[in-house]
Design a protein around this ligand. Sequence first.
Ligand SMILES: [Zn+2]
Length: 406
Amino acid sequence: MVNNTYPRSRPQAERGLPASRRRFLAVLGTATAGLPLLGACGAAAGGPAAASDRRGSTDGAPPRVRVSQEASPGREVKRTSFPITAVGLTWTGSPHGVRLRLIDRSGKPGDWQDVTAGCPCGKDAEALRTKSTTPPNRALVPAHGSYGYQLDVDSGVKVVEAIAIDAGHLGRKQRPAPSGPPAKSAPATTPGTSGSAAVAFPPPGLVLRADWGADEAKRLTADGRESSPTRFTRVQAITVHHTATPVDDPDPAATVRAIYEQHAVSNDWGDIGYNFLIDRQGAIYEGRYSGTDGIPAHNADDEVVTAFHTFGFNPGNIGIALLGDFGKQKPSSRMCDSLVRLTASLAARHKLDPLAGITYLSPTSGKSTDGPALGGHQDWTSTECPGSAAYLGLPDVRERAAQLTR
Ligand SMILES: [Zn+2]
């Protein structure tokens, strides 16, 4: 996908400080107390020391997430005082125009690596404001506990923001148990048209936001309001994505927290952009917040919360992200099984035929667009997401999901 429309708008770094950026600084103020942060946000460090440390919280509090943010980073080496889980990048220009190398604790640089733009998700409101069909390029590069990074960019490419994220650690008692029972009692739900337990929603073992360590304060402005208030609409479609992060991820819950940090704060969306995420072991994670009624992704009227995963087609579209990069490598069988189980449960709940085509009506723009009831991101917009290997597996997922709902 060549992204040549968005740069016509002013880069994010030149827009001044929106309300949520002030919130970002406030978050930094408590989360990074005493740390010699680099860049524009370094001056914000201060305030009371965080209660937890890198051993992970033991009192059920979310893990301590630390961030070093750079608006318009140059080519000089950026160092952090904490081990980096991932570097989040936002840039305009060629999606293939950025390279990065990691810096270890002693200051030694690793090899240069090409950065691949990930799933180009975004808020529909952003699409309307910029008149753009595509958001800027974004990527989340795993950093394996490095203590710095350096960027190299092609001419015509502008990195408008870089964030180094320490996603923290869950306490031992907080580790998600993918195959275990539901973390809380099953909410009052209809099991679907077939009445089969195989399509009950939510699927057993769903890793709820509290279980993967979502810090709910990141959704809020400094005065405690939701920075992206939840909106619910009738379900029209289910769309599969990939996160373009490594397939062999040693700590998927930390990656989910890093994605949350990038989406909610750096991208200024106020929350994670997907409704659900699935890891290699088949664990299903609750994504976008949907209230306190205990029904993930939905309200009591069975409408779905609008997330930020398919630019221009978000309301009524349930976004499921596969954790990993599936351009060449196929998703694991456990991941596929969970995708089938989750999509079947959603299809049954909303009386969608996984094999059918639909006409999606955007409540935001009023436009109608034909697409699949159960499809991939690339069915809606020009992108490689969810990766060719995952996309080629979707007919099988549709067929299996349809069989479960019969
Ligand atoms: Zn996507």
